[in-house]
Design a protein around this ligand. Structure first.
Ligand code: UDX
Length: 436
């Protein structure tokens, strides 16, 4: 099939590349000329494991092309995906100007029936707004489909190629047929394509992310309580996770959720609810608790140093909001750095992928180490904010030799408690016994 993808951000690029992989002709459009040039030269503009291989293969076999010219892309395409940003506006509501602007541009270019698919995360009612834009500007028939993405950064290619489900919001039989044909190869293993109305599809995305954010936040609160009552969160997690109704996943406490989706989507759903005069109390609490959780490690540090960390120096391992990405949007590490620096401490950081991004945002507020051990030089204690695999089994003898004191604050519960006792560390993690 002939596909156009408007917007080559994270979602657009993964979508375009993965759609080409099953034999479709995909043309990706972006207004950023430098980026299009870069992609034409075979350079993937984002860090996403497994994407390079597919990207290069499909460019080489001429199924994946790039342009800045919307008209070229729209002309041949049977299905046009919109994967455009929906940043939170001043009032927390998603800003739809990119989507509605693109819809208007497309409406002026089309000469025959098209399916317009919205991949961006958008408030309920957006499909209707997009339909209205087309109705205003053209008499050509179009179907507007809501098709939320459920891609996790770091495993997005796998999530696209083998989705748990494909959600498609449309009542048009013609669009359903085309979309079923397009997604057929991705659900061969028997996972469902779920057709529903547009509004339900739009809400599904927010509901899924908000539910997961709530699940994590609930566990973070259980972890905080575990510390107070002398329980162990790993045991509680296993104890509840074995119940199928609860499930084992997304029950890992830590320094709060971050990233480009959860914080934004929870906020947007609260805003949408407010617009309908519905007080979504649980989500308001989730937002509040998550804010607090992001600096819980600093609270622990301050307690350890009796409220005074002026002149102290800390090593921080992990900057990305989670492993296998260089994304630092809403990353807890940034909040941790901010709080440490505000309290008069200095920090040296290391992350396997996110160093450049952090440098671009906070510059010389911290020192940057070449590797995880260099970060420990002259540090009073080690803090961990992201569970990268390289941090999971470090050389503790080396750590001991470089770090001034055997003191670790672990925001991701990476180490076995007995091991830390045996090694003689002060070890403060989340929801587990304090080793001191
Ligand atoms: C998420 C959704 O999973 C995905 O379906 C959606 O399309 C986009 O948002 P992503 O933001 O890439 O994906 O990250 P995810 O792996 O879901 O993690 C989100 C946050 O939750 C991270 O900050 C992570 O550290 C945190 N988390 C996750 C926990 O703190 N504990 C857990 O048990 C799981």
């Amino acid at each position: 099939m002939k596909i156009a993808v408007i917007g080559t951000g994270y979602v657009g690029l993964v979508t375009g590349t993965c759609l080409a992989e099953t034999g479709n002709d995909v043309i990706c459009v972006d207004i950023n000329e430098a980026k299009v040039k870069q992609m034409k030269a075979g350079e993937v503009p984002i860090y996403e494991p497994g994407l390079d291989l597919l990207f290069h293969r499909n460019i080489e076999q001429e199924r994946l092309t790039f342009t800045t010219n919307l008209a070229d892309a729209v002309k041949e395409a049977q299905i046009i995906f919109m994967a455009l940003p929906t940043p939170p506006g001043g009032d927390g509501a998603a800003d739809l100007s990119y989507i509605l602007g693109a819809a208007k541009d497309i409406s002026k270019l089309i000469t025959e029936y098209k399916v317009i698919v919205n991949k961006s995360t958008v408030p309920v009612g957006t499909a209707d707004k997009v339909k209205a834009v087309f109705a205003e500007n053209t008499s050509i028939e179009v179907d507007v489909v809501s098709n939320p993405e459920f891609l996790r950064e770091g495993v997005a290619v796998d999530d696209f190629m083998k989705p748990d489900r494909v959600v498609l919001g449309t009542k048009s039989e013609r669009a359903k047929k085309l979309m079923t044909e397009l997604y057929g190869p991705y659900v061969r293993q028997g996972n469902p394509i779920l057709f529903m109305d547009e509004r339900s599809s739009e809400l599904t995305k927010y509901a899924a992310n908000s539910f997961l954010a709530t699940k994590i936040t609930f566990m973070n609160e259980i972890a905080n309580l575990c510390e107070l009552v002398g329980a162990d969160v790993d045991s509680v997690r296993r104890g509840i996770g074995s119940d199928d109704r609860i499930g084992k996943r997304f029950l890992f406490p830590g320094v709060g959720y971050g990233g480009s989706c959860f914080p934004k989507d929870v906020q947007a759903l609260v805003k949408s609810s407010d617009d309908y005069a519905y007080d979504f109390q649980i989500l308001k609490s989730v937002m509040e608790v998550n804010e607090r959780q992001k600096t819980i490690l600093v609270d622990k540090v301050l307690k350890y140093y009796k409220g005074d960390i002026k002149g102290k120096h800390f090593a921080l391992w992990g900057l990305a909001f989670k492993p296998e990405t260089d994304d630092i949007r809403e990353a807890p590490a940034l909040y941790i750095i901010d709080a440490l620096v505000k309290n008069g401490a200095t920090v040296t950081v290391f992350d396997p992928e996110a160093m450049t991004n952090v440098k671009n945002v906070i510059g010389d507020q911290v020192n940057y180490a070449k590797n995880q051990y260099e970060a420990l030089e002259g540090a009073d204690a080690l803090l961990i904010a992201t569970e990268w695999s390289v941090f999971r089994n470090p050389d503790f003898e080396k750590i001991d030799n470089i770090l001034k004191n055997k003191v670790v604050f672990d925001g991701r519960n990476l180490y076995d408690l007995q091991k830390m006792i045996d090694l003689g560390y002060y070890y403060n993690s989340i929801g587990r016994k304090l080793i001191d």
